[in-house]
Design a protein around this ligand. Structure first.
Ligand SMILES: C[S@@+](CC[C@H](N)C(=O)[O-])C[C@H]1O[C@@H](n2cnc3c(N)ncnc32)[C@H](O)[C@@H]1O
Length: 475
C-alpha cells in the first residue's frame, strides 16, 4: 500500500505519517511491547542496543521520523528555522551542562530526587549552581524532550535522558569533548587562504589542527594524551555498541564459524569479543596501534577469557602479516576516518596477501543522497515486511528523500566531523564501489542493517584481472 503520487505534499506526508504510525502501533502490539512514553522511568525495549527490532517496526519508526522532519521543514517559518539552526550550538552546550554539572545524575538518583523531579532551588542548594541560570538551560532542554517540567521550576528526566546516565552509551559519547572546537574552525578549513590546505586530503590539514593549534593528526595528538585516548576509545566503542544487535543479526556471520578473523584497527576488540560469543569455533586477532594494546588486552581479558581472542600491534599502513585460506578481515569504522588514497593503501595492504577465499567485511555508513528519486530495483513497502525473516529497508515514498531526510542526520553529522578531524568522509554506494575496485576488491554483497551502518562484503579480485598493484603502500 503506497501513497498516490498525485496528492499534495501536505496530504501525502499526512497519509505517510498515518501509515507509519499505524504500522508502528500494530508492531508494538504484535510483539507484546509496552506502550511508548516520554515519561517512563525505565528505557523502553526499543531503546536497548541489544534488542532485535522487528524489521517492520524498525522501518515504520524510521519512516515516521523522516516524515516528521519533512513536515517540520514544510510548516516552520523560515526565519525561525534560521535562528533555531544558528543557535544549535547551544544544543551541545546545554546538554554538556546537564551532564557535566551533575544535574543529570542528581535527577536520575531516586534516593535524592523523587519521580516528580527537583525544583531548581533544590538543585542550586545541592550543586551550588545559580537557579536562575539553570532554569534557562533546563527549559531549553525540556523544549527538546530531554526533560519535562511538571510544575514551573521543577524538572524531571524524560525517557530519552535516561541514555545519559552513567554506564550508558549516550553518556560515553557525550563525555568526549572537542566537537564545538573543531566546528569553529570548519569555515577556515573550507576557505583556507592556501590552495593546498583548501583542497587537502591529508589528516594533518584539517579544522582539528587549526582549532587545537597543533600540527599533529588526531591519532598522534591522542597518543600523547592517554586519558583523552581512553575517553575517545570509549566513545568510539559506544558507537559500535549502539548497533550491536544489527551487526550481530543482519550479517550472516554463522557461515564463517571456524574461520580466523583479523579485526584491523579493532580498537578495544568489542566486535571480535561479540562475534566470539556466536562463533564458538572461530579465533580472532584484534590488531591496532601499540598504544591501544593495554586497553584492548585488559578489555579482552575481562570479556573474552576463552583465549580465542588475542590482540597484537599491527599498523594497517604496513603489509598485513596474517594471510591464509578463508581468513576474514574485518574493518569496522576504519575507512571513514581516512581520505581515499589512505583507504586504498590500507586495503591494498590486505589484498596483496589475502587468499582468494578470504572475505573482507567492511562495516561503515553508506550514505544515500538526499534525492527524491524512486528509481529502485525492488519497491519495498511496510506491508511487505510483515513477519519478514530478514531485514530489508523500505523504499522512500513520495516527498521523503531516499536517505530518509532527518533520520540520516546523525551519520551526516559524523561525516562533517570526520571531514573536520581527518579530511575523511562518509561515502555513497557508488563511491564505495569505485574505491574498493581501486584497492583490488570486488563487492560480493551489501548487507543493509537495522542501524546507521551497512556491511560491505568483498572478495579479493584475482591478480592479473584488475587486481591489486604490487609494492608496499604507505601514507
Ligand atoms: C574509529 S576506531 C574503530 C575501532 C574498532 N574497529 C571499532 O569498530 O570499535 C579506529 C581505530 O583505528 C585505529 N588506528 C588508527 N590508526 C591506525 C593504524 N595506523 N594502524 C592500526 N590501527 C590504527 C585506532 O587506534 C582506532 O582503534
Amino acid at each position: 500500500m503506497g501513497v498516490p503520487a498525485t496528492l499534495s505534499e501536505l496530504d501525502s506526508l499526512q497519509a505517510t505519517m498515518n501509515q507509519a504510525l499505524d504500522a508502528l502501533r500494530e508492531e508494538i502490539k504484535r510483539n507484546e511491547l509496552p506502550d511508548l512514553s516520554n515519561y517512563a522511568q525505565e528505557p523502553h525495549p526499543l531503546d536497548d542496543a541489544r534488542f532485535v527490532c522487528p524489521s517492520r517496526l524498525y522501518e515504520a519508526r524510521r519512516l515516521a521520523l523522516a516524515t516528521i522532519g519533512q513536515l517540520k521543514s514544510l510548516l516552520q517559518q523560515p526565519y525561525e528555522k534560521v535562528v533555531e539552526q544558528s543557535c544549535a550550538v547551544y544544543d551541545t552546550a546545554t546538554l554538556d551542562i546537564l551532564v557535566k554539572t551533575g544535574v543529570l545524575d542528581r535527577l536520575a538518583d531516586r534516593e535524592l530526587t523523587p519521580v516528580e523531579g527537583a525544583h531548581v532551588q533544590d538543585l542550586q542548594k545541592a550543586l551550588d549552581l545559580d537557579a536562575m541560570k539553570l532554569t534557562v538551560v533546563l527549559r531549553y532542554l525540556a523544549a527538546q524532550g530531554w526533560l519535562h517540567e511538571p510544575r514551573e521550576g521543577v524538572f524531571a528526566l524524560t525517557r530519552p535522558a535516561l541514555e545519559l546516565r552513567q554506564g550508558r552509551n549516550g553518556r560515553k559519547w557525550i563525555m568526549t569533548p572537542g566537537k564545538p572546537k573543531v566546528a569553529q574552525s570548519l569555515l577556515t578549513q573550507i576557505t583556507h587562504a592556501e590552495h593546498e590546505w583548501r583542497y587537502s586530503r591529508q589528516a594533518d590539514q584539517t579544522a582539528f589542527q587549526l582549532s587545537h593549534a597543533s600540527p599533529l593528526t588526531l591519532f598522534q595528538w591522542l597518543k600523547q594524551r592517554p586519558a583523552e585516548l581512553t575517553q575517545w576509545a570509549s566513545s568510539v566503542q559506544s558507537l559500535g555498541d549502539a548497533y550491536h544487535s544489527a551487526i550481530m543479526n543482519d550479517i550472516p556471520w554463522r557461515r564463517f564459524d571456524g574461520c580466523t578473523f583479523v579485526d584491523c584497527g579493532g580498537g578495544q576488540g568489542n566486535l571480535s569479543i561479540a562475534l566470539s560469543e556466536i562463533l564458538p569455533n572461530s579465533r580472532f586477532v584484534v590488531q591496532d596501534l601499540p598504544e591501544v594494546m593495554p586497553i584492548a588486552r585488559s578489555n579482552i581479558a575481562c570479556n573474552a577469557p576463552s583465549g580465542r581472542v588475542i590482540a597484537e600491534p599491527v599498523n594497517f599502513f604496513d603489509v598485513q602479516p596474517l594471510s591464509g585460506k578463508g581468513l576474514i578481515y574485518l574493518l569496522r569504522y576504519i575507512l571513514h576516518d581516512w581520505p581515499d588514497h589512505a583507504c586504498i593503501a590500507i586495503l591494498k595492504n590486505i589484498t596483496r596477501v589475502a587468499h582468494p577465499t578470504s572475505r573482507i567485511v567492511i562495516v561503515e555508513v553508506i550514505s544515500a543522497p538526499n534525492t527524491m528519486s524512486r528509481q529502485v530495483d525492488e519497491h519495498v513497502t511496510l506491508d511487505d515486511l510483515k513477519d519478514a525473516a530478514t531485514h530489508r529497508p523500505i523504499t522512500a515514498p513520495a516527498f521523503i528523500p531516499s536517505n530518509f531526510g532527518v533520520t540520516a542526520k546523525m551519520s551526516l553529522a559524523l561525516g562533517v566531523h570526520m571531514m573536520g578531524v581527518f579530511n575523511a568522509l562518509e561515502r555513497s554506494a557508488r563511491e564505495w564501489k569505485v574505491l574498493l575496485g581501486k584497492a583490488g576488491l570486488r563487492v560480493v554483497k551489501i548487507h543493509p542493517l537495522r542501524g546507521m551502518v551497512s556491511a560491505i562484503e568483498c572478495e579479493p579480485m584475482v591478480l592479473g584481472h584488475g587486481g591489486p598493484a604490487n609494492g608496499k603502500e604507505s601514507m
